[in-house]
Each structure stands twice: as structure tokens, then as C-alpha cells.
Design a protein around this ligand. Structure first.
Ligand code: GTB
Length: 219
């Protein structure tokens, strides 16, 4: 069976590559594996057939005839383990790449999501302006720590790995936040990631979905 992933039929990010199918597409492009995409509406994601693949009714999912996976972290790690290109072979280096993959999801993404939710959902609350600086401070702390860890290197630990892919996928969400500006090294890091041909192919593929959806709406 060919690899099949799921993605939004009409992504709320308007094709900016911020939805979590992007990291899976990017990983598959890095390891040179073709894939098919099952596009889903919000309603379809809550149907029994999709819930059998993703218990929370979300995208992305991954099927390859052998495994059925959900959670973008698990999917990217599986791809990196199964195909060459994203996971170093040597035990220590592999452990470091996995650590960075988990760090992206467990240490860096939570405050970024908290910020996104605050800006999206809490703006009309009387306490919004008082709370926002505290949320931003938590994000900035992680960015400072990430910058310290990068130490001016191209990638987090040796060669580009699944750890970098996941970290960039997480931090990229801050591009229009204003919080990255004090960290030119992190902006350069993101630019290096975005310049990778695999990233560009993945971005173009999800952009094409958005364009097709817009075309349908305007027809
Ligand atoms: N922990 C899961 C994973 O990593 O796979 C989280 C998956 C998830 O949050 N999926 C979202 C989803 O399916 C899409 S990516 N949401 C539908 C639902 O819950 O009903 C999250 C996302 C959505 C929109 C933007 N955006 O507009 O910028 C960015 C990211």
C-alpha cells in the first residue's frame, strides 16, 4: 500500500504551511517517499471512519499498509526510523535527534500554542492585555534557550535531522508574532529550513490544496 496521510480540505491557515500535515509532508519529502493525501472537512474528521484512525478527530494521520499512526510526532519519528535521511545511525546522535524532536513538541510548542490561543480566543477578555506579556515571556524564554543551544550552528546537533524538522515546524508559527526579531540566529535557522528543497516541495503541495479550495469557493 502506498503511504496515505490526511490533511485539511480547507486549512484555516490559508496555505501558510502551519497545519500539522506540513511536518509529515516535509518528512516524507526529506526521505524521498511519495505519498497520497486524503483531504478532510471538519465534519469528516469527526466521522467514525476517521475516528478509527485518529481518536481525537484531527489531522494528520499516516497509513502505509503496515501501520496506522496518529500524532505528528509519532508519524515523523516513524518516517525517520523507517527511511534514510532524517535519523542518524549512530546511537548517541540518534538519541540527540529524538531528544530534540520531543523537545520541540513538549518544551517549545506548548507556550507557542498558549500564545496562539491567547491571541485568537482571549482578545475580548478584560484581562487579556495584562496576561499577554506573561505568555509572551514564556515563549521568549524558550526562544532564548533554543538560541543558546544552537550556538550559531546550522542545525541543532550535527546534521539536519528529524529534531530540526520538528523544531522548525513548531517555531515557524511565530514568524508573524514579532517575538522572533530579537533572535536573528533563529530567523536564519528557519530560513535555512525553508530553503531546503524538501520543505519547498511540501509547502507547494499543501499550497496547491489551498488554491484548489479557494478556486472552488470562487467558482
Ligand atoms: N497533537 C496532534 C498532532 O501533533 O498530530 C495535534 C493535531 C492537531 O492539532 N490537528 C489540528 C486539527 O485537526 C490541525 S493542525 N484540528 C481540527 C480539530 O481539532 O477539530 C493545528 C493547526 C490548525 C490551524 C492552524 N492555523 O490556522 O494556523 C495551525 C495549526
Amino acid at each position: 500500500m502506498d503511504i496515505v496521510i490526511s490533511a485539511f480540505e480547507q486549512s484555516p491557515d490559508r496555505g501558510r504551511g502551519l497545519a500539522r500535515d506540513m511536518r509529515v509532508r516535509w518528512a516524507l519529502e526529506e526521505v524521498g517517499q511519495p505519498y497520497e493525501v486524503r483531504l478532510l472537512s471538519f465534519e469528516a474528521m469527526k466521522e467514525t471512519s476517521h475516528l478509527a484512525l485518529q481518536p481525537f478527530g484531527q489531522i494528520p494521520t499516516y497509513e502505509d499498509g503496515e501501520v496506522v499512526l496518529f500524532e505528528s510526532g509519532a508519524i515523523v519519528q516513524h518516517i525517520a526510523d523507517r527511511f534514510e535521511g532524517l535519523m542518524p545511525g549512530e546511537t548517541r546522535a540518534r538519541g540527540r535527534a529524538v531528544s530534540w524532536l520531543f523537545a520541540a513538541l513538549n518544551s517549545v510548542e506548548p507556550p507557542i500554542l498558549e500564545l496562539a490561543n491567547a491571541r485568537l480566543l482571549e482578545m475580548s477578555q478584560s484581562w487579556y492585555a495584562a496576561r499577554l506579556p506573561f505568555v509572551e515571556e514564556r515563549v521568549t524564554l524558550r526562544l532564548q534557550q533554543l538560541s543558546n543551544a544552537l550556538q550559531g550552528q546550522d542545525w541543532l546537533d550535527g546534521d539536519f535531522s528529524a529534531g530540526d524538522l520538528m523544531m522548525a515546524s513548531v517555531v515557524i508559527r511565530l514568524k508573524s508574532s514579532g517575538l522572533l526579531e530579537p533572535f536573528p540566529d533563529l530567523m536564519d535557522y528557519l530560513s535555512r529550513c525553508e530553503a531546503r528543497p524538501a520543505y519547498q516541495r511540501a509547502f507547494a503541495a499543501q499550497w496547491a490544496v489551498f488554491e484548489a479550495a479557494i478556486g472552488q469557493v470562487t467558482k
